[in-house]
Design a protein around this ligand. Structure first.
Ligand SMILES: [Zn+2]
Length: 340
């Protein structure tokens, strides 16, 4: 068979795409795959590409992206590609429906593909109901299970699948992808890559989320104001925290990342090691005012606040004490820290 498999890249997952390509070209497709990895790494895209290649009608390149089958697959309307994707628990009736569907021969292609997104949402009955089909699906069928947490699936389910683990991607690959495909500058791309923790989907989500950019800008301004003596102004800042209360964890993480950058910059004098690399001037300015010991104390204060908020201490008071304590450290070193 001379058919070539044409997989467009899924950012940073080339090794796995190569493996799937080899499986396809040698006609050694597993009857069941389990794609495991964090949300945003491209599991679903990968499953859809594999499904498209399996149902494509072209004789020389698969998926050809041109044939009827590829077009239907792309629009999510291919009768031989079934996808289960839902918010809540996947119950036994849904799996039974899928099994009945698999037993019917493909309508338009030689193959049939079933994708179960968030397979860990299947309850135990649903997982048990799937076992027999996972082990011995009809020859034309391939099942692809996707999950962020493989260990919440029954061992009997896992052992019947070929496991493919998607790993977080090198930050430089994400940076390069954002510059090339989203037309943003290198510093901003590097900053988003650093915040993404190696998850491409998260980097793209952050880029497209104006709220994230707003919160980060505000946090940097607040950190700047904490360098001054103006007590009233500090208390004014609590309004921002109140207004953004549902996102408090993200906000405190942004603050920690900011002070970590200041710490790293003071330690290395190299902006390239920082997360907020696009804020060079602000980092340099603040780093000149807060030394390593102070920065360490500030990070400790923010982490302590995170813990306190988790245990339901009064929100407003907690934030107020945090800001005053940080200011105290900035201005006087770790002096008389207030306790709640
Ligand atoms: Zn095609």
């Amino acid at each position: 068979m001379n058919t070539k498999i044409d997989f467009k890249e899924i950012v940073g997952q080339e090794r796995i795409m190569e493996k799937l390509k080899r499986d396809l070209e040698s006609n050694q497709i597993a009857h069941a795959y389990l794609f495991e990895g964090e949300r945003g790494l491209g599991k679903k895209d990968m499953a859809l590409k594999l499904a498209s290649a399996l149902v494509c009608h072209s004789k020389d390149r698969k998926p050809c992206n041109k044939c009827n089958s590829c077009i239907k697959a792309k629009s999510g309307n291919h009768p031989d590609i079934k996808i289960i994707e839902k918010e809540g628990t996947i119950i036994i009736d849904e799996i039974r429906g899928l099994i009945n569907e698999i037993q019917l021969r493909p309508h338009e292609s030689k193959r049939k593909v079933c994708i179960i997104c968030d397979a860990d949402k299947m309850n135990i009955y649903a997982q048990n109901a799937l076992l027999k089909t996972l082990e011995e699906p009809p020859l034309y069928a391939t099942l692809i299970l996707l999950t962020t947490k493989g260990d919440s699936l029954l061992p009997t389910v896992i052992s019947r699948c070929q496991i493919i683990k998607l790993q977080p991607v090198n930050l430089e690959i994400i940076e390069h992808y954002l510059v090339e495909n989203r037309g943003i500058d290198g510093d901003q791309a590097r900053m988003l890559a650093a915040f993404s923790g190696g998850v491409v989907g998260r980097a793209v989500e952050l880029l497209d989320n104006p709220e994230f950019h707003y919160r980060r800008e505000e946090i940097i301004k607040i950190c700047n104001k904490l360098l001054t003596f103006d007590l009233f102004d500090i208390l004014e800042q609590i309004k921002f925290f109140e207004e953004q209360k549902p996102y408090i964890e993200e906000i405190l993480d942004l603050m920690i990342s900011w002070y970590r950058d200041i710490f790293i910059y003071n330690e290395t004098k190299n902006i390239r090691f920082t997360t907020n690399i696009d804020k060079r001037e602000e980092i340099e300015f603040q780093a000149a005012k807060i030394d390593l010991a102070k920065t360490r104390d500030i990070i400790f204060i923010i982490e302590e606040t995170k813990n306190n908020l988790g245990s339901n201490v009064q929100f407003h008071l907690n934030i107020e004490v945090m800001l005053l304590n940080i200011q105290e450290v900035v201005l006087n070193g770790n002096g008389g820290r207030s306790e709640i």
